[in-house]
Design a protein around this ligand. Sequence first.
Ligand SMILES: NC(=O)c1ccc[n+]([C@@H]2O[C@H](COP(=O)([O-])OP(=O)(O)OC[C@H]3O[C@@H](n4cnc5c(N)ncnc54)[C@H](O)[C@@H]3O)[C@@H](O)[C@H]2O)c1
Length: 321
Amino acid sequence: MKTVLITGGAGFIGSHVADRFLAEGWTVHVVDNLSNGRKANVPSAAVFHELDVRDVAAAELVRALTPDVLVHLAAQMDVRKSVADPVFDAQVNVLGSLNLLEAVHVHSPRTRVVFSSTGGAIYGDFTVPPNVETFDKNPESPYAISKLAVEHYLAYFGRVHGLEYAVVRYANVYGPRQDPHGEAGVVAIFCGRILSGEPLTVFGDGLQTRDYVYVGDVVDATFRGATHALPPTELLDARAFNVGTGIATDVLHLAHTLSHAAGSSAPVRHAPARPGEQRTSYLDVGKATSILGWRPQVSLEDGLLRTFTWFQDRDRATGRS
Ligand SMILES: NC(=O)c1ccc[n+]([C@@H]2O[C@H](COP(=O)([O-])OP(=O)(O)OC[C@H]3O[C@@H](n4cnc5c(N)ncnc54)[C@H](O)[C@@H]3O)[C@@H](O)[C@H]2O)c1
């Protein structure tokens, strides 16, 4: 039986990734310090280790398990927090990652590392989307810089030491268990507002676009990144895969589609545009299709309905509505 170690497995995406590996018959170990995730998200069939990825104990766990795959999702994932405290962001996202990569390199060289980077933030504002993996990267936040730094470390470990790895550059991921502080936080925020009967606040004209991808599709791309044959490790982008829908969705359309799915007539309220907000962001996903055989399967309408239903059920279960 194969073994996977999933960092951040008590979080939004990580808990879904853990479900998938279990369903595929793998032994699943989860590392999470519960700074943002919840123990309740970890599937009961997984072995849970409450650890910080910066700790020596996390490196020792890599050595003890020598897993076939390490899916590294644990991160400080709040872009605004990274702006407010770039040192903390780098400590978790760069040094925490390096702690694990060095452990793999020294103690478990046959482990394949799958790293969650960001297709939404890594390219910056100077490209004309849809962004292709090889486009210039000019990250606009410490968070995106830390993700790019780890990609460089991976390319180095791959080139110089033969480390096996894949980078999945997620777009804006939404779905059950998502967090309002994540890159697709607007979906969670809108779901909450519909459920509490409040208007949906849209900043500026609402025509700023993002690539909203359903978590189930992200999990599938991640699993393929962990198990498919990959091209040789050469340049930075050789093992990187954009994971999105290839569709630019503006916030107004998102609000209307979600309201429709939820059977709600919540009004949209405009608030002043937020300075510095990226106008357009969406990804070219042709590389993941041609190399990993992956395509997004869940439409925005269907994904939003599934997400809203989850928030509604959660609120009912906790007596919030
Ligand atoms: N959600 C998105 O739209 C999106 C987009 C691009 C990339 N990503 C990346 O995907 C990964 C998962 O994101 P998510 O949305 O599930 O976030 P999340 O916060 O739900 O999950 C991250 C998990 O990591 C844990 N964690 C944080 N710091 C830790 C530490 N020092 N040691 C151990 N565990 C720690 C948290 O407790 C949490 O459970 C992150 O690396 C994030 O940067 C997410």
